[in-house]
Ligand binder design. Structure first.
Ligand code: GFB
Length: 309
């Protein structure tokens, strides 16, 4: 059982998810965290990863390292989204097992599900239909990660579990407009438009797609909870259970930022999947529920954004 003295490796500790998991572990008193930045360990490098695990020998591994991005980045860099992610997760899962880790938690994504999966999306929708084309490369890599965790459990008895978070946001997010997800992009666009006194802000797509947004601190709480309590090959969705349209999100973010101008839609930009709401009944039955309301989460993320500028 993971305790406060366990050697815990958080792969990807500088990213949105990894940094939130580190904060959560520290707040719960876990003091033996192993962290390795990109500068000292390239997780795509099989030899380097194997050597690192042989030396450090973590007991528990949170696999939160990945090449991630929003709809445009996914569509622009399909080779990297597929190749980098396959390499990172194969190296980490294999080395963790090879060097005696007791348990590994793999972080996937809600984009693994078919584009037209029945909503809300249950875990058993996996591999029942074609994927959303804008992010199928990332999705295929994440599906391979799930299968690798299940294969290592089946063949070697390795205790590997997989969580599928919905769209995440929060402190530590990427605010680069070409690479980011929608929520940080809109926060930055409205913020800069307010400062510049711009009369309008352009939002990509039609505004009609629906998305579910989970604060990354909620995700981190669930990730630590499931590492402690869950041990099964079945994947677990992690979300809030409710979603909003992109137009509703835009209004919420504009309000939080104090922007009063017009919001216009650029339908030449892709909408992506029409809806992606996770069924979270498995997670609820395991004893965990999200607690950060979207409005409140946007407000606190905006406060964080202001301090980092
Ligand atoms: O967050 P997002 O990039 O990713 O876009 P996905 C969500 C929706 O917001 C799309 C719209 O309909 C976008 O067209 N949108 C509006 C914007 N304005 C903007 C903007 O300024 N920037 C961005 N980025 N979007 C991702 C996948 O899909 O979901 C990833 O690409 C990952 O692989 C992630 O799985 C969870 O929700 O469409």
């Amino acid at each position: 059982m993971m305790d406060t003295t366990s050697r815990i490796f958080v792969a990807g500790h500088r990213g949105l998810v990894g940094s939130a998991i580190v904060r959560r572990l520290q707040s719960e008193g876990y003091g033996n965290l192993l962290l390795a930045g990109r500068d000292c360990l390239d997780l795509r490098d099989n030899t380097a990863v194997d050597r690192w695990f042989a030396t450090e020998r973590p007991d528990y591994v949170f696999l939160a390292a990945a090449k991630v991005g929003g709809i445009l980045a996914n569509d622009t860099y399909p080779a990297e989204f597929l190749n980098d992610n396959l390499r990172i997760q194969s190296n980490v899962i294999d080395s963790a097992w090879r060097h005696g880790a007791r348990k590994l938690e793999f972080l996937g994504s809600s984009c693994i599900y078919p584009r037209f999966a029945p909503q809300p999306i249950r875990e058993d929708s996996l591999l029942t239909g074609p994927l959303e084309p804008t992010n199928e490369w990332y999705a295929i890599a994440k599906i391979a990660g799930i299968k690798m965790a299940q294969a290592y459990r089946k063949q070697y008895g390795f205790s590997a579990i997989s969580l599928m978070p919905t769209n995440l946001y929060g402190p530590g997010d990427n605010f680069d407009l070409a690479g980011s997800h929608v929520l940080p992009a809109l926060m930055r666009k409205f913020h800069e438009a307010r400062l510049a006194g711009s009369p309008e802000v352009t939002v990509w797509g039609t505004g009609t797609p629906r998305r579910e947004f989970l604060h990354v601190d909620d995700l981190a709480e669930a990730a630590v909870f499931l590492m402690r309590t869950y041990d099964s090959p079945e994947i677990v969705n992690v979300g809030t259970g409710s979603d909003v349209t992109i137009a509703e999100l835009a209004s919420m973010v504009a309000r939080a930022v104090g922007y009063g101008g017009r919001i216009v839609y650029d339908s030449s930009k892709p909408d992506g999947t029409p809806r992606k709401l996770l069924d979270v009944s498995r997670l609820h039955s395991l004893g965990w529920k999200a607690s950060i309301e979207l409005e409140q989460g946007i407000a606190s993320t905006y406060r964080w954004y202001l301090t980092r500028r």
